[in-house]
Every structure is written in C-alpha cells, then in structure tokens.
Design a protein around this ligand. Structure first.
Ligand code: C2E
Ligand code: CA
Ligand code: CA
Length: 759
C-alpha cells in the first residue's frame, strides 16, 4: 500500500513536470490557461484522495481545497479585462494565502509549537518587516502606476502575508523530524506560489517587462503539481502528527526572525523617501516594527525567567508532596554547620519512616500510597515547629530538621508530638487507615566533623533501631549503631548459610488466658544466633529472607521445630496438654503449592494434633493473590489447623476480608495496645475490634502488653487473651519450664481489685 502510493506520487510528479514544461514552452496563452486548469483539477483530486484515505482531517482537507481553488482563480481569471474581474482575482489570491496561513497554523499547533505566544508574534514581526520592504519596492511603484484603488490596496498586503506563509513553512521544515517528502513538497509548492506572485507584482510595479508574464503561469502550475505530490505521498501522515516533546528548533526560528528584521533596516537605510505620504508610511512602519520587536523581546525574557524559576523549583521540590527534597535538606544542614549557635541550642534531625508502608502500597495500590504520603507531608508540616525544615527524602521517608531545641528532652517532645499526629487515622478514598511511624533522632553538635550526609545517615540508623524496638516509637542515635547499609549486606550473605550451620533458634512467648490466668499457648519467634554469639532480631533478617526467598526453608524449619517443642513440653508436663503453638507464616510460604503438605508432614512427624497449631498470617497475604491464599487457607483449616490474623489494624482490615477467609483469631497489633492507657482513640478502636471479633465468633489476642494498666483495660473490654513483655519476654526453650511455673504461681495478672485485696 505504502509502496504503491509512493510510486503513484512519482508518476504524478512526472506528469506534472511534463505539464509545467509544456506550460513554459507554450506560446499560446489559451494553451497555458488549459494546462493551469488541468493542474488545479489534479490537485483537487489528490486532496479528495487524501481525505478518503484519512491522511488529512476534514478541516485540513477543506482548507487545502479552498486554498487550491482560490490560487487557481487568481491565476485563471484574465488579468487584462475589467477592473472588477481584476479585483476578484486579487481577492482570490489574498484569500489563498489567508487560507494557507490558517492551515499552517493548525498544522503547527498540532505539532506542539507554541502558536499562541511565540509563533504568532514572530509571524507578525515577519509580516511587518515584509511590509517595510514591500512598501518602497513594490507598493509605492504600483500605486504610482495604477493609482489608489481597492485592488492596489489589497495588492499591498500580498507580500507581507506571503512572507508569513513562507516563514511558517520554514518553521515546519526546521523541525528535523518533520523533513518528510510531503513536507518538502509542501514547502516547494508554497515557495513556487510566492515566486509566481512575486513575478506578477514585479511586472505590475514596472520592475519587470510584461513578457515575464509567461514565467508566472508555469511557476503556478509547478506549485500546484508539488502540492498534489505532497498530498499523494504516504509521508503526509507524519505531517500532522502530534509531537509533545519540545524539540522544535527555537534557535532556527530566531535566526529567521532576526534575518527578516535586518532586511527592512537595510532597505529603509538604502532608499530615501520621495514624498510626505512616503515619509509618513515609512515612519509609522518603522515605529510599529520597533514596538512589536520590543514587546516580543520583553515577553521572551519574561517567559524565560519564569521557566527558569519553574526548573529551579522542580529541582528542589518533590512533586508528590510539595516538600523540599534531599538536596535542599543537605544544603540546610550545611548552612547550619557553617553558622555558630548558642550553647543551649541543639539542632536535631528527625528521620521519619512509616511502619508497614509497603502493606498499603501492596494492598490498596500506589494511588492510596501517594495519598498517604501527601497527607503525611501535610501533618508533618503542620506539626513541626515553625523554624523547622520538613523534607521528603525517598520512598516513605521524611526528615525534619529542627534548628533550635534547647535540650534533648525538648527534642524528644517534638518526636512524641510527630508520632502522635501520625498515629491519627488517615482518611483515604478507601476509608480510614491507621499507620504508625518510627523516628530516628540525631543531634548535630557544633564540633561535629561529620558531613551533612553522614548526619542524615545517623538519624536513619537510629530510625532502624526504633523499628527493631517495636516500631511506632523513636530512638536516639548513638555512635555504637552500625552503618545500616553495610550491615544489611553482611546479613544477607551470612543468612544463606545460617540454616546449614544450625544458627537458627526458636524463642517462645507465652500467651495468657485473661480469664483463667492459664498459659494457653506459645508463639514461636525466630532468632538468629550468629557464630560470634550475637543474636539477630527477626525484624532485621525476616524482610531480607523474604526478599531472597530463604524464608521458605526457614519457615519450614520453624514449623517442625515449634511443633516438636510443644510435643516435648506437653510430654514433660511443662504446660497443659491443650496448650497450642503459634507459628508465623510469611506470604511467600503460603504461595508454595505444597505448603499444606509441609504442614501436615510437620504435624505427623512431631505427633501434635492439628487443633493445637495456630498459623499466623498477615493481611497482605489475603490481598495479593487472594484466591490462591483462600484455597490454601481453606485446605489448611480442613486439616484442623487454625488461622490467626496477625498485626490486625495496621493494614487494610476490611470486614469483607474477614468474612471471606477461614479465620479463627485476630491479634490486635501492639501499636494500639501501646496507647490504651493514654489515648481514648486507641481505647475505642480496641473496643471495636473486640466487639467485631465477638460478632464474627473469632478468638482475640492482644499483643505487646507492657503494663498492668493495659492488661486491666483489656480485661475490662473482655479481651480473651494477651501476650507481651509484662507477661513474659520471648524466652529460649529451656527457660520455659520456670517461666510457665512462675506465671501460674504469681497472681499479678489478676484484675486490679483482686490484686489489691490480697495485698
Ligand atoms: P510478630 O508476629 O508481631 O511477633 C510479635 C513481636 O512482638 C515479637 O518480635 C515479640 O518479641 C514482640 N513483642 C512481644 N511482646 C512485646 C511487648 O510487650 N512489647 C514489644 N514492643 N514487643 C513485644 P520479634 O520476635 O522481634 O519478631 C518480629 C517479627 O518477626 C514478628 O512479629 C514476625 O512478623 C516476624 N517473625 C518472627 N519469627 C518468625 C517466623 O518464624 N516466621 C516468619 N515468617 N516471621 C517471623
Ligand atoms: Ca505473630
Ligand atoms: Ca503481631
């Protein structure tokens, strides 16, 4: 198809070339007239063809046909007859240009050239310059010869408007991606048309002998032929294609505009005015040109400084949150270090990271994640002290630089305030979400030799410490905190060998029944005891193991180990025969098709009944691959294993999810338990969770109980079970006998009034 139309174009051009030659050779005016008519009809044919093939929009094809007819008329109407016919011919010629102008503007606009401001103004400059040249060279001589009439007045507009058309074609061709065959042919057509009219005008002005008349007609035919070729060639499609990127050669256009400015100056300088009218026209033209150019320059300069300011703003500001970025933050720290400050001032960095932000992104989508970040930016801005800089550094991480806390306590109070405000629910389009954050704090000392980037890294390391200590809290940087990044790398390499070397341990945390005060079960929590004896927390290595897939084998080991341990404790009478073992299961494991087989194998090998095993999963499991998760969880509950929903409340806990999955327990995240004694908000939240669990006939365990006050409140709210440091830290297996014995002996977990009455 494409090749055929290319071939057709060349055939068309060949025939057109023959027509043109014949036109140039013909001595009879009537022959030339007929040839011209044929050329016009042929172009109209190509316009129709292009429209039918959808290579031209309807507006562009109408304009093209209009221009062809107008130019055709201007040439075909006999020039030597009545003045009225002549006037019609002149009007037709001007209209031809006007229509071409409109078509070119549409074409350029579609290509993303800034028509409204830059291009139109430049076109005006070109038109005025052309006028300044045309006035002494053409218009004045024509008036002198033919007198002032409607035709001569219209005639005077000829060259200015033709120059603008030429200018627009050059602009089109300056765009390198635009130099298709069609574009060149279009450029050629317009140039030939302008030349043909110039010849006519020069004859009218008396600069050329009437005999040159014979030249104008073939030029017109050639113009029509080129135009037809442009419409036939398949590259016509690229001509009107939208270009959004800003690759147009503004420089090229500048050269054209400046060039068209210098000529009038030369012409005005080289020729002298002949009369008063001439002087007036010259002066007005020169002044108008000067004013126009001045306005254009001022406008360009303004637009430039505006775009520069926008660029600078863009380089310093994060687009999503509207906050200054890391670069600005580092600069602020540099400025601060360069100043001296009072002894009682303690500039402080707060490194803020959302807890489980990934959950939100994974479960609710990135739009919700973005919404959280924007809301978070707002809250931080509103809460941080006036003088502080709030910057967005990356991902879900923000930094507040507070230049003037007067003491460490003052700084800690700021951190507490920030934590509190981030704990408030975030109203998203999906509904309210609860998120907590961890904050790392690093103070900047006047004598510090650390670079600004180092100082930020310190705050970052402290933030990870806050996460390790249970999230939703803050930690202050100490020299002893190792560089997180190098540490993580070391962890990753060592983790691969850890299971083979037998470095994994299970610690267990008892779960207490709040009504019977009995230890009803244990949660198995993994620890990694490295060769040098250091114990690595799962918060540190589980995410890495999840990233590299090692979690599957680690999880399998934990399952068998935990169950074997339970069998052992039951047999040895450490705990009741009804005590259960809770094992954490990561999303990765659940996605393994043979996971239910792994579970039943572990049950068989350990000799533990399925009803004594709890598997703890998080909400992310149910949102990603929901169907797969549901089938797997259903198979597991058919085995008799029970499923607990861990960290409840931190992700997107929707009621419909709870009903869709076979769940038997929810564990209230410690983030809500922590605030129980202080925050009415947390209290009503926990109360709601418990009521909901009751309605759905689910067991409830409160996590992270650290104080007696929290325990009493939970019991008042009819929470069934609890675990936490108050009851017992996670302990190694061999410490469990004494732990359980101590727990069952002491009555400190009984309700407060009973505890007091025994005192
Ligand atoms: P989790 O499942 O929410 O486990 C409870 C975490 O809370 C444990 O942290 C526990 O030590 C801690 N904790 C218990 N009571 C308190 C308290 O009163 N206050 C505070 N602040 N914290 C308390 P741990 O052992 O560091 O485990 C962290 C997380 O690592 C676990 O959170 C769990 O998501 C993951 N994890 C641990 N073991 C395994 C495992 O075998 N498999 C998988 N997939 N994940 C595991
Ligand atoms: Ca758990
Ligand atoms: Ca948990």
């Amino acid at each position: 198809m494409k090749r055929a139309s290319t071939l057709l174009t060349w055939w068309y051009l060949a025939i057109g070339g023959a027509l043109t030659t014949a036109g140039a050779a013909a001595s009879d005016d009537r022959v030339r007239w007929v040839l011209e008519l044929v050329a016009v009809v042929m172009v109209l044919g190509t316009v129709v063809a292009a429209r039918v093939r959808h290579l031209l929009t309807s507006s562009l094809s109408l304009l093209s046909a209009g221009a062809v007819v107008a130019f055709g008329l201007s040439r075909l109407l006999p020039g030597d007859t009545a003045a009225s016919t002549h006037l019609v011919a002149v009007v037709a010629g001007i209209s031809g240009y006007a229509i071409t102008l409109a078509a070119l503007f549409i074409l350029l606009d579609r290509r993303g050239v800034n028509v409204r401001n830059g291009l139109a103004a430049d076109a005006l400059v070109v038109a005025l310059s052309a006028w300044v040249i045309a006035w002494p060279a053409l218009v004045q001589p024509i008036i002198d010869r033919w007198g002032v009439s409607a035709a001569t007045v219209l005639h005077s507009m000829h060259q200015p408007i033709a120059s603008v058309v030429l200018f627009l074609v050059v602009t089109l061709l300056l765009d390198t991606r635009n130099r298709s065959v069609s574009a060149w042919l279009l450029g050629g057509a317009i140039t030939l048309q302008v030349l043909a009219d110039l010849v006519d005008d020069l004859i009218d002005a008396g600069h050329l002998a009437t005999g040159f008349d014979r030249l104008a007609m073939p030029l017109g035919i050639a113009a029509a032929v080129c135009l037809g070729g442009a419409f036939l060639h398949p590259s016509l499609t690229t001509l009107g294609r939208t270009q959004s990127d800003d690759q147009q050669s503004t420089l090229g256009r500048l050269v054209v505009t400046i060039g068209s400015l210098s000529f009038p100056v030369i012409v005005l300088g080289a020729t002298s005015a002949t009369g008063t009218a001439d002087k007036v026209v010259r002066t007005i033209s020169a002044i108008s040109l000067a004013v126009l150019v001045t306005v254009r320059v001022v406008h360009t300069v303004r637009a430039n400084s505006r775009s520069q300011a926008a660029l600078l703003h863009g380089a310093q500001t994060d687009e999503l949150t509207g906050l200054p970025n890391r670069n600005v933050l580092l600069q602020e720290i540099t400025n601060l270090l360069g100043r001296s400050w009072a002894n009682d001032q303690l500039p402080t960095l707060f490194y803020i990271d959302l807890d489980r932000f990934k959950n939100i992104n994974d479960s609710l989508g990135h739009a919700a994640g973005d919404q959280v970040l924007r809301l978070m930016a707002h809250r931080l801005r509103d809460t941080a002290p006036e003088a502080a800089t709030v910057a967005y550094v990356s991902g879900d991480e923000f930094v507040v630089l507070h230049p003037m806390p007067s003491s460490e306590d003052d700084a800690l109070a700021v951190a507490d305030e920030l934590l509190a405000v981030l704990r408030e629910p975030f109203a998203l389009d999906h509904g309210d979400v609860f998120i907590s954050a961890s904050i790392g704090i690093a103070t900047i000392s006047a004598t510090s030799s650390s670079s600004p980037a180092d100082l930020v890294r310190h705050a970052d390391s402290a933030m990870y410490r806050a996460k390790d200590e249970g999230r939703g809290r803050h930690a202050v940087y100490e020299e002893a905190m190792k560089d997180r990044v190098t540490h993580r790398l070391a962890v990753e390499t060592a983790l691969h060998r850890a299971t083979d070397r037998g470095e994994m341990r299970l610690y267990h945390q008892p779960i207490l029944d709040l009504f019977t005060n009995e230890v009803t079960g244990f949660e198995a929590l993994m620890r990694w005891q490295q060769a040098d004896g250091t114990i690595v927390s799962p918060a540190e290595f589980i995410p890495i193991a999840e990233d590299n897939g090692v979690i599957v084998s680690l999880g399998k080991w934990a399952l068998l180990e935990g169950l074997t341990q339970l069998r052992c404790w039951i047999d040895e009478g450490v705990c009741s025969p009804r005590a259960t073992m809770s094992v954490n299961v990561s999303a990765h494991q659940l996605r393994e098709p043979d996971f239910p087989d792994t579970v039943s194998e572990a049950l068989t090998r350990s000799g533990v009944s399925a009803s004594l095993l709890w598997l703890e999963v998080t909400e992310t499991v149910m949102i990603n691959d929901a169907e797969l998760a549901r089938t797997t969880l259903t198979r597991l509950s058919e085995l008799g294993v029970r499923i607990a929903l861990d960290d409840f409340g931190t992700g997107f806990s929707s009621l419909s999810l709870l009903q869709k999955f076979p769940l038997h327990r929810i564990k209230i995240d410690r983030a809500f338990v922590r605030g129980l004694a202080e925050s009415e908000n947390d209290r009503s939240l926990v109360r709601t969770i418990i009521a909901m669990a009751k309605a759905l006939d689910l067991d409830v365990v409160a996590e992270g109980v650290e104080s007696k006050a929290q325990l009493d409140l939970l019991r008042d709210m009819k929470c069934k079970k609890a675990q936490g440091y108050l009851i017992s830290h996670p302990v190694p297996a061999d410490a469990m006998r004494t732990t359980v014995a101590a727990l069952e002996r002491i009555d400190q977990f009984l309700p407060l009034h009973r505890g007091m009455s025994t005192n």
